[in-house]
Design a protein around this ligand. Structure first.
Ligand code: SF4
Length: 382
């Protein structure tokens, strides 16, 4: 079947181009410690061998950027890098990569006195000088608080949309058009809605699609499939990532899952959208990356899923996040949130901290909170 495609601009990322009718590119991200050069090069190679068109690496420090230089030397893969709050690292990483992702919601933390426009100008200038594409990566868990305040409490999509659109406008005005946009949420229905609204207003800008913190297979693949089927079948999406919580050795499953979804959509093997997460227990967990400080995280996510099976008919969301960089923000909207530190797991109930617990103690404590929530909602849990 010939799928419709939005008339997006071409954006070159190393040896591939996304947009303008090019095949939808598949991406993944390393979860090894970036400074462990051998392990990261091995994972980049494994992902590329599995069919990844672009591999993303997290860089949080100058030491990570130094390691990246050596990783670049040892790999021919198209590399992308994820900048967090320290936007100035762009100049250290740009010579080693083909694409830089920045998160508009993170530009407010460093050098608060500087307007965000100056920071974007800096990143765009660095990208242009080093032949890099950009991704404006907006995430539901880290939208600028000032934007959130302008909209009703339950409206998480409008601030995301406004943020993405204003960054596009600024980049365009700077004459930098080699960028794509992503608008990610852990709820596939929100992903469909926000990307649909963005594509309506900016059909020319290539979209990177993904359901963030989709969780473990098979649920994580199903959630992602729900979003991708609805968007790609309508011509929306130029590059995709399936984010899965899996151990490092199984990271290539992100690629095979993405290819399978694309193949199924192209062949018309789409499933109808289910009312996901509204009447059932919803466990979201991040796909892990180099920021994980305790590898027990992946096992913990699986243990949470197993331990909570008894509650599967209750409309409760539990978020399990791998680190203290994004964990605190990304667990705010969950009924129960866990984020992992080196020795402790932090537990939250509807955004309020309940304390930090040893890895050995967290499951019974989580169960206690889950039981209390179920009891509060009554026997049906609805
Ligand atoms: S929550 Fe932390 S560990 Fe998990 S993917 Fe995000 S940055 Fe990486």
């Amino acid at each position: 079947m010939q799928l419709p495609r939005n008339p997006t601009r071409p954006v070159r990322i190393g040896s591939i181009t996304i947009g303008a009718g090019h095949p939808i590119a598949v991406q993944s991200m390393t979860a090894t410690h970036t400074q462990d050069i051998d392990a990261t090069v091995a994972q980049v190679s494994a992902l590329a061998a599995a069919g990844a068109d672009v591999v993303r690496i997290a860089v949080d420090s100058q030491k990570d950027a130094d390691a990246l230089r050596e990783i670049r030397r040892q790999s021919t893969a198209n590399l992308s890098v994820d900048l967090q709050e320290n936007y100035r690292l762009a100049s250290a990483v740009a010579p080693s990569v083909n694409k830089i992702r920045y998160n508009p919601g993170h530009l407010y933390h460093h050098e608060r006195q500087l307007p965000w426009q100056d920071k974007v100008r800096f990143i765009a200038d660095v990208a242009a000088r080093h032949d890099c594409a950009l991704r404006v990566g907006v995430n539901c868990g880290s939208v600028d608080p000032a934007k959130r305040e302008r909209y009703a409490e339950g409206d998480s999509l409008s601030p995301m949309l406004e943020s993405a659109l204003e960054h596009c406008e600024l980049l365009d005005s700077l004459g930098f058009t080699r960028y794509c946009v992503s608008l990610k949420d852990s709820d596939p229905l929100q992903v469909i809605e926000v990307n649909r609204r963005f594509a309506e207003q900016r059909p020319d800008v290539p979209l990177h699609l993904g359901v963030t913190e989709a969780g473990m297979p098979p649920d994580g693949v199903i959630k992602t499939r729900i979003a991708f089927e609805q968007l790609i079948s309508r011509g929306i999406g130029d590059t995709i990532r399936v984010s899965l919580t899996v151990p490092n050795a199984r990271k290539a499953e992100e690629i095979s899952a993405a290819r399978q979804i694309l193949e199924d959509i192209a062949a018309g093997r789409v499933r109808s959208v289910v009312d996901y997460g509204l009447k059932a227990l919803n466990i979201i967990s991040c796909p892990s990356c180099s920021r994980v400080e305790n590898e027990a995280f992946v096992d913990l996510a699986a243990q949470v899923r197993d331990m909570t099976r008894y509650a599967q008919d209750h409309a409760i969301t539990i978020a399990v996040m791998g680190c203290r960089v994004n964990g605190p923000g990304e667990t705010d909207d969950a009924d129960l949130g866990l984020w992992c530190g080196p020795n402790h797991v932090n537990l939250k109930r509807r955004g309020q901290s309940l304390g930090a617990f040893a890895y050995a103690d967290i499951l019974p404590r989580l169960k206690q909170e889950l039981d209390a929530l179920i009891a509060e909602r009554g026997a049906t849990g609805r």
